[in-house]
Structures are given as structure tokens and as C-alpha cells.
Design a protein around this ligand. Sequence first.
Ligand SMILES: [Zn+2]
Length: 114
Amino acid sequence: MIQTNDVAQRLNELRAAALHAVASLEEETREALATRDVSDLLDDDGASEVDVEDSLHLQAQAEARAQAIDEALQRVEDGSYGTCITCGSSISGERLDALPATPYCVTCAGRHNH
Ligand SMILES: [Zn+2]
């Protein structure tokens, strides 16, 4: 049996961490964009351009993580947490310990990663 209170608490902590990451990456992206304008005037090596892309990429990943956690919290609330959203079989406690926000069982996750 899944202890939903514990799960919700853990998910909320993870969510806070993910949102924090989004916020600091947004800040980094802003700074990278700000310095890019300046460095464009100074030289043309394009290095800061890559920084911006990296930051945006990481930001998108953190946003996706926060989104996945939001959805997991939603499933805790409606009682479907711990059940694979694709095939409906229950997700092992071990897997949920490792990946609390996962909506897929091992089998379906394997399929999605391809
Ligand atoms: Zn499944």
C-alpha cells in the first residue's frame, strides 16, 4: 500500500526544487542574453550563444520535471498514483522510490525511451 501522505510530501519537495531550478536557470538565461549583446559587440566567437542554448535547454528540462511532478501530485489526489498511465499495471514501490514522479511502469518506460 502506498503511503500517499509521504508521497505527496516528497513530491512537493521535489516540485519546490524543480521550480527553484527553473527560476535560477531563467536568471542564468537572462544574464547570458544580456552579456551576449555586449560580447557580440566585442568579439564574434559565438561562445555565449552556446551558453544561452544550454541554459534554455536545462530550463526546459527543469520545467518538464516540475510538470511531471505536478501530474504525479494530481494522481496522488485522484488515487491513481502508482498505476501506470499507459497499461494500468501497478508500478513497483522500488521504482517509485527511485523515480517518484514517473507515470509509467518499467515495461512502458522502456518503450517510451526508444
Ligand atoms: Zn505500463
